[in-house]
Design a protein around this ligand. Structure first.
Ligand SMILES: Cc1cc2nc3c(=O)[nH]c(=O)nc-3n(C[C@H](O)[C@H](O)[C@H](O)COP(=O)(O)OP(=O)(O)OC[C@H]3O[C@@H](n4cnc5c(N)ncnc54)[C@H](O)[C@@H]3O)c2cc1C
Length: 373
């Protein structure tokens, strides 16, 4: 397949083939408007599927033809190269919110923030601290979405997915999803599963939230970590905290033209942590102390935001069209007229700077398409 170079006006065709007769189809379609970075060139072909059957048909057709396939939900965790995607981009726009007692089933295309709001309005707990995370429900298991002390792996019971290697629709129980920090089986095998539906078990705690695990949320609410508050209040508080950090989408605010956190928090072995600590003391003096959180046997998690800041990349860093958010060091942002190459140049500068100062290599959280750091 030849690379796509021109962003010609997309041409729309419907009912083009018998197999994909209800799917909306565009050619040379710009992908930037489908991403929260608003970056990336066109796709050779863009399909939009509104039912599970359409999703499966579209995937089967692309796979049978040997065409590269890019699944797009809300585009809030994607860095697409300026040359675009030479293949079929499939936007998942399925709908389905089914609540039965504490059991919730979401179609992959449901907007995650809306689903959170509805569960909280129904008086249920379990995902209230995941309010404000953009994107689709179907993408939440991919990187085990998490924030403010909650991760979807705590409430997901099953993921229903189309398995591209076998051609079957499979139901994968939580224990087989290999969830870990910003990772899962689905992220480990990116070309295998297309998530169709996600099932959750929520908690009926008489309108109260799950115990608040995140100290900042508890502090803001004037309670101890581990206590419960009303789920409505927990959600509102998280939204307020996120808003102050540019972590709630706002089309008018360039600080939110991002993919949220651009880097994951590094997880270091004991030996790596000892070497890192020595660099911290060398840089910041004997009292230098980096954030450190237990992350399993012999592993310590530190803070990417802290590393970036202490390496000299403070809020608002940069003079070009891609800069660090003025509200959060972990978010790289498009100030309006950046290209993906501008963004990547900034990301590489940050990675190299942190490595020089602290000897730690940051890893990008968003998925890159046709480019790498
Ligand atoms: C302002 C902002 C704040 C954010 N805050 C957080 C946060 O607090 N915590 C957090 O974890 N993330 C956060 N993110 C990142 C992002 O919102 C999440 O990762 C979200 O789940 C991505 O969903 P999406 O539908 O936009 O996925 P996309 O960006 O469309 O896709 C991401 C990846 O998932 C794949 N994918 C998408 N849908 C499917 C599917 N149905 N089946 C198979 N593969 C699929 C794509 O191919 C791609 O590889 C934030 C992003 C922004 C812009």
């Amino acid at each position: 397949m030849s690379p796509v170079t021109a962003a010609a006006a997309p041409s729309e065709r419907r009912d083009r083939s018998r197999t994909l007769e209800r799917v909306q189809e565009l050619h040379d379609a710009p992908l930037a408007p489908l991403t929260t970075f608003r970056l990336g060139g066109p796709a050779t072909r863009l399909l939009t599927a509104t039912t599970d059957a359409e999703v499966i048909d579209a995937v089967r057709e692309a796979d049978a033809a040997g065409t590269p396939l890019l699944i797009i939900g809300g585009g809030s965790n994607l860095v697409i190269g300026d040359k675009g995607f030479a293949g079929t981009a499939l936007r998942i726009a399925t709908k389905g919110f089914e609540l039965d007692g504490t059991k919730l089933e979401l179609a992959a295309g449901e907007v995650w923030t809306d689903a959170v709001e509805r569960t909280v309005a129904a008086g249920l707990a379990g995902v209230e601290c995941l309010a404000g995370i953009p994107g689709s429900a179907g993408a939440t298991p991919i990187q085990n979405v998490g924030a403010y002390g909650q991760e979807v792996s705590s409430t997901i019971t099953e993921v229903i997915a189309y398995d591209r290697t076998t051609g079957d629709t499979v139901t994968i129980p939580n224990a087989e999803c290999a969830f870990s920090y910003r990772h899962s089986r689905f992220k480990a095998e990116p070309d295998r599963y297309v998530v169709l539906r996600v099932r959750f078990e929520l908690e009926d705690a008489d309108g109260l939230s799950a115990p608040l695990k995140y100290p900042e949320t508890a502090r803001t609410l004037g309670v101890e970590a581990g206590e419960r508050v009303s789920a409505v209040l927990a959600r509102e508080t998280v939204l307020k905290l996120r808003g102050g950090k540019g972590m709630v989408l706002d089309p008018e605010d360039h600080d939110t033209w991002s993919a949220g956190s651009f880097f994951t928090n590094p997880i270091l072995t004991d030996a790596e942590f000892a070497a890192f600590h020595a660099r911290v003391v060398e840089r910041l003096g004997a009292d230098g102390k980096a954030p450190a959180f237990p992350a399993g046997e012999g592993l310590t998690k530190t803070s990417a935001a802290w590393l970036i800041d202490k390496a000299g990349f403070t809020k608002g860093y940069g003079t070009g069209p891609a800069r660090i958010s003025t509200k959060h060091t972990l978010a790289l942002t498009n100030r309006g007229d950046a290209t993906t190459e501008d963004l990547l140049a900034l990301a590489r500068e940050v990675v190299a700077g942190v490595r020089d100062v602290f000897g730690v290599t940051l890893v990008n959280e968003p998925v890159t398409v046709g480019v790498s750091l």
